[in-house]
Write a new protein. Sequence first.
Length: 157
Amino acid sequence: MKIHDTVFGLIFLALGTLVLFAIRGFPNIPGQPVGPALFPGLIAVGLCITGLMLVIKGVRQKTTAPWFAWEDWVRSPRHVLALCVLLASVVFYIAFANSLGFLLTSLLILIALFRVLHVAWRRTLIVALVATLVVHFAFYKLLRVPLPWGVLTPWAW
C-alpha cells in the first residue's frame, strides 16, 4: 500500500506527542543529570521533527496522488496468503508459546512461513532449525531473556 507522506507525518507527530506526554511522569533520579525520560524524549522529539518535515513535504507536493493506494501484490493470491500466514504466526506464537515452548513454536512458525514462500522442504527444515537454535541461544544464553520451554521443560538446559 502506498501511503501519502502527509499521513505518515501526522502519525509520527501523534506518536511523538504521545511519548512526550507519557514521559512527563517519569521520576528524576536524585544526583543524576539525566533520568529515564531522556532517551524516550529524544526519540519522541525526533519523531515530531520527522513528522513535521513529512507533513510539510506532503503539503508542498501539489500532486493529485491518492492518500492511500493499493500495490499490485494485493491482487496476488499467493502474496495475500503469505501475509495471512505471517499474521496468523504472530497470533499462534502469542497463543501457544507458553504451552509448546519457544523452540517448538518458533520452529513451526518458520516452517509455515518458508513453505508459504515456496522454499524447498530440505532447505526449509535446515534453515528453520538452525535459525531457531541461533535465536534461542542468543536470547536465552547470551542476553538471559527467559524464553518459555513449554513441553520441553524436562530437557531445558
